[in-house]
Ligand binder design. Structure first.
Ligand SMILES: Nc1ncnc2c1ncn2[C@@H]1O[C@H](COP(=O)(O)OP(=O)(O)OP(=O)(O)O)[C@@H](O)[C@H]1O
Length: 236
């Protein structure tokens, strides 16, 4: 099996704080893996290790079989990162931002192609021509998804992508993720929202104090089990 993301005995120790205690995780193309857990469980640390934003204390993270710490630039070709607040140039339009970030990734597109990527991500032609400084959080995320698709990312790393989105924007976001997953894109998403995870995820992993304590296929989770998971692991 070729995994797009793999963590082997991944540990991360900050001064005075063990954030990750030997994480093992394998994610295949097309999977939507949702990392759930309370604040401080280690979800963002896991994502940051796959991105190469922080170095592991021991163990290794791999993207498409490439070790992140060994080839931090190579793995960027495979990844797209969508944080809670997607960072774009506010004085440029959505179209201009997409054009800029695509060309930085080595893809030159003409305007109709850029428009098509934005439209697919759910941004209207009219909105795409406005400056990003006027955009809502959900609209910025759509540009983030359009950038990911335009650079042919094999895997999306998402940190709390739906927090603060209204239900309509949140549903549109989930639908986009489902479409991308059906096309083979893998998704690793950190979230507090167990119900959204059940809806969009193929598997959920529960993190607690730097360890993955439970992993379940979402298809096998019924409402009662979901509630039990929440009460056991997510509730203070
Ligand atoms: N740069 C850092 N320096 C020191 N400690 C850190 C640093 N980053 C994270 N930590 C600590 O590591 C632990 C795991 O944090 P992490 O951000 O990965 O958790 P999380 O599950 O993403 O939480 P949240 O849902 O609040 O984002 C926490 O105790 C946090 O305080």
């Amino acid at each position: 099996m070729n995994y797009i993301l793999e963590a082997r005995e991944l540990r991360k120790e900050y001064p005075g704080r063990l954030a990750l205690r030997g994480l093992n995780l394998q994610i295949a193309p097309g999977e939507v893996f949702c990392l759930l857990g309370q604040n401080g469980a280690g979800k963002s640390t896991t994502i940051n290790l796959f991105l190469g934003f922080v170095a592991p204390t021991s163990g290794a993270a791999f993207v498409n079989g490439v070790e992140v710490a060994a080839q931090p630039l190579k793995i960027k070709e495979y990844l797209a990162y969508i944080p809670e607040q997607v960072m774009l140039y506010p004085h440029l339009t959505g179209l201009e931002n997409l054009s800029l970030f695509s060309s930085l990734a080595g893809f030159q597109y003409k305007e109709p192609e850029l428009q098509a990527y934005l439209a697919r991500a759910g941004l209207s032609t009219e909105a795409a021509r406005r400056r990003v400084g006027t955009y809502s959080k959900g609209m910025r995320q759509k540009v983030g998804i359009a950038i990911a698709v335009a650079k042919h990312a094999k895997v999306l790393l998402l940190d709390e992508p739906t927090s603060g989105l209204d239900p309509k924007a949140s549903n549109e976001f989930s639908e986009l993720l489902r479409q991308l997953s059906a096309e083979g894109t893998a998704v690793l998403m950190a979230t507090h929202d167990i119900f959204r995870a059940k809806e969009v995820g193929t598997r959920v992993g529960i993190m607690r104090e730097g360890k993955l304590v439970d992993v379940r296929p979402t298809a096998a989770l019924n409402a009662h089990e979901l509630e039990q998971l929440y009460l056991t692991y997510m509730h203070d």
